[in-house]
Design a binder for this molecule. Sequence first.
Ligand code: AKG
Length: 312
Amino acid sequence: MKNFALIGASGYIAPRHMKAIKDTGNQLDVCYDKNDSVGIIDSISPTSEFFTEFERFYNYAHQLKRSPSSKLDYVSVCSPNYLHHAHIAAGLRLGCDVICEKPLVPSIELLDDLKLIEEETGHRVFNILQLRHHQAILDLKEEVQTKARQGKYQVELTYITSRGKWYMESWKGDPRKSFGIATNIGVHFFDMLHFMFGKLVRNELYYYDDKKACGYLEYENATVPWFLSIDSNDLPASVAGKQTTYRSIIVDGKEIEFSQGFTDLHTISYQEILAGRGYGIEDARHCVETVSEIQQGRLLQPTDSTLHPFFN
Ligand code: AKG
């Protein structure tokens, strides 16, 4: 049984980490969040310590090192994106391996710095890249890898995950804290596309605002016009009013809808990490490169073949 700390315990995604820690038979010893709306802890790990000040959390975590049975093994990080680097570094320097939410960090410079801290501490950071564990995506990857074909796959990616007004009021709506929707949410499918279709060779951005973005990606094995939105008005008529998300990938005219099954993938991610098959810094590098280029916000003119049909 491994001992865990959790940083960012009051956030949207924290309960999935708490559940994953519990479901994998491990113990959540201590949680930290500057916000105290953390009653969820009682339903999963009622004996956990909880701190609202980072200094007290860090001091407590250090003291646990005194005994081999209480020493922390892992720190899980689900704080706001701009704090990931600092919290990962703190976890590694505590002598723990770290499991961090997406995006691991927003830039290659910070990724390289984490690599240095891994070397300095001898501990590792793992990134939750949950779409790599989604069955529909794994099936598609298998098909792409086994089917011989001429030329690139013609792919179209639509990713709508509607969010209410709270989103723009929260840190997620502040680009200095979330780095914008392409980094905060697009990172899921940028990673998935690389996982399936190889290296990115072209990255064009056509539109970008707080709630939607649109562009074109070309990989070694696929061309991909993409559309991303958190605005429910963008949901296609076929699902509007019935579901709040629409995650779809069309490959050579065949649609795969992967809206379902997204919420249960943290436990699988934890199982894989604990079994020594986690995704680390080098696995995250490609999508960090992709999002950091998009963050520069250079808008280009699309052509008919590179523009996603939802964009008008
Ligand atoms: C977020 O809201 O930060 C997400 O990662 C959501 C991803 C999704 O709904 O597809």
